[in-house]
Write a protein that binds this ligand. Structure first.
Ligand code: PGA
Length: 235
């Protein structure tokens, strides 16, 4: 793991921006995208830049089951708002939360992952160590699946879910194996609330209890942290 610690999330996000710029310069075109708080500055930097994504494809990690693109809580909506409205991509892919035929949706997304092998997969980490919506206990061999959100996750998303009559309990997510298939992984984690998960990911044993710990086995993972998120690390 290549661990880089920055004074603040602005500098860490800038580094993520540089890595994406270098990838584009090298004609890498398939980017696994993430959502949440962590990439907001990074997306701001992308949309304010002159980077050209018209030949590139974006492949998102996950989507809430039952939420469509018109719903402002969906990740479709998030990606439009933070990136796609400003930057044109060749193709953008996100699991379809409105497809209630699980086999059909899972097959569709697995085919997309096979057709667009990711050069880079962007990731965040949950306070419980989840990556995508692969919650503690998830098999390291998992591929795209419908996952039940952990109580901790539903708790941390309470603000995000405000306004929804019934917060989603399930999501479609790339699996852990799907994530590990990417050539390079770039993980962003900011803030003191992430410090324990970050320590467990980097210094703990590789265990299903901490899904992100599997990244220790990935040959090309870059972890970009602000100081608070790094504060429990020993070295
Ligand atoms: P966050 O979520 O960036 O909103 O903290 C990260 C995650 O849960 O993976």
């Amino acid at each position: 793991m290549n661990i880089q610690i920055f004074a603040n999330k602005e500098e860490a996000s800038q580094q993520a921006f540089i890595l994406i710029k270098e990838a584009l310069d090298q004609n890498k075109l398939n980017f696994g995208m993430m959502t949440g708080e962590s990439p907001k500055l990074f997306y701001q930097m992308l949309r304010e830049s002159d980077l050209d994504f018209t030949q590139a494809n974006s492949i998102n990690l996950d989507e809430f089951y039952g939420l469509g693109e018109e719903d402002e809580h969906s990740y479709h909506y998030y990606m439009e708002k933070h990136l796609f409205k400003f930057k044109q991509f060749n193709q953008t892919f996100i699991p379809n939360g409105k497809n209630y035929n699980l086999i059909d949706e899972i097959d569709r997304y697995e085919q997309i992952l096979a057709d667009y092998p990711r050069d880079i997969q962007m990731l965040g980490i949950g306070v419980n160590g989840h990556i995508g919506f692969n919650e503690p206990g998830e098999s390291f061999n998992s591929t795209t699946h419908l996952t039940r959100l952990a109580e901790t996750t539903i708790g941390t998303y309470q603000n995000y879910f405000k306004g929804l009559e019934r917060p989603p309990e399930y999501a479609y997510s790339m699996g852990i194996k799907s994530i590990m298939d990417a050539d390079q992984i770039i993980l962003l984690a900011f803030g003191a609330h992430k410090a324990k998960a970050v320590r467990d990911m980097i210094e703990g044993p590789v265990t299903r209890k901490v899904p992100a710990s599997i990244l220790q086995n990935h040959p090309n993972t870059v972890i970009l942290l602000d100081r608070e998120a790094s504060r429990l690390l020993n070295s």
